[in-house]
Design a protein around this ligand. Sequence first.
Ligand SMILES: Nc1ncnc2c1ncn2[C@@H]1O[C@H](COP(=O)(O)OP(=O)(O)OP(=O)(O)OP(=O)(O)OC[C@H]2O[C@@H](n3cnc4c(N)ncnc43)[C@H](O)[C@@H]2O)[C@@H](O)[C@H]1O
Length: 268
Amino acid sequence: MTTYAVGDLQGCHEEFVALLERLDFDPRRDRLWLAGDLVNRGRGSLDCLREVMALGDAARVVLGNHDLHLLAVARGGARLKRKDTLDAILAAADRERVLDWLQSRPLVVRDGDTLMSHAGLPPQWTLDQAEPLAAEVAERLGGERAGAFLEQMYGNEPARWRDDLDGLDRLRAIVNTFTRMRFIAADGALDFSAKEGLDSAPPGFAPWFQYPRDDDPRLLFGHWAALEGETPGSRVRAEALDTGCVWGGALTALDLESGARISVPSRY
Ligand SMILES: Nc1ncnc2c1ncn2[C@@H]1O[C@H](COP(=O)(O)OP(=O)(O)OP(=O)(O)OP(=O)(O)OC[C@H]2O[C@@H](n3cnc4c(N)ncnc43)[C@H](O)[C@@H]2O)[C@@H](O)[C@H]1O
C-alpha cells in the first residue's frame, strides 16, 4: 500500500486521471489524501468531484476555500464570481448528492504526527488542537444550521485567533485559518490581501511556516500555488502540495512514505 498526498485539483480532471495512471493507483490497495480545492477555476470540476467520490474510502479529502465557496453559492445564498467555473456542478442532476458529499468532508485529516489541511496549521495551534477545532466547523456544516452558517461564513474578521472567541466569529476564524491562511503576523493575525510569491508579503507579515512551533508535526497543505511546491525559510516540517496545475504548472503527488514527488504537466 502506498499513500499519496495531492494538492489542489481545481477542476484539473484530465491531469488528475493522468496522475492516477502514472501512480498505478489502485483504490483497493493504495490511499489518496487530497488537500482541498477540488473545484473551481478549471474546466472539469464536476468530473473531479465524481472521480474522487468513486474512490470511496481510499480517498481522504479536506475542504478548501473554493469548495466552501461552492457550498456557499449552492446552499448559502452567495453569488457566483466572474471567474468561477462551477455552473456544471450547480446544474447537475445529482447536485444534491455531490454537494452532500462535499459538505461532509472535514477541514483536517490526521494520521499520527501528519496533518493535512488546505492552508496549513498556524504556530498558535498545536497538532492536538487541530482536529477538535476543525470538528467544531464540521459539526455546524453537518447540522440543521448549516445553511445559516454558509450565509454568514464570508468575511475577514476576526483576523486574529483568541481562545475565547465564540459563535460565528469563532467558526469563521477556524475556517479562515484552515482554508485561507498564507501570510500571518507575529501575533497570529491573518493577512487576506497577498497571494502571490513570498516577496508579496505585507510589512510585518511572514508565511505561516516561517514561524517556529513548540511541537513538530508534519504539515501537508495546498492553497498557495505561487510557492510552486517549495517552502523557503520554513522552520517547521511543511510540505507544499499545490504546484499550480490550473495556472499552467503541474499536478503533483507526494508519496508519504518515501517523500518522492511525482508530477504530471498541466494541460492549461
Ligand atoms: N470565510 C470566507 N471569507 C471570504 N471568502 C471565502 C471564505 N471562505 C471561502 N471563501 C471564498 O474563497 C474563494 C477564493 O478567494 P480568492 O482570493 O479568489 O482565491 P484564493 O484561493 O485566495 O486564490 P486563488 O484561487 O487565486 O489561489 P492560488 O494560490 O491558486 O493562486 C493565487 C495567485 O497565484 C498566481 N500563481 C499561480 N502560480 C504561480 C507561480 N508559479 N508564480 C507566481 N504566481 C503564481 C496565480 O496567477 C494567482 O493569481 C472566493 O471565491 C471566496 O468566495
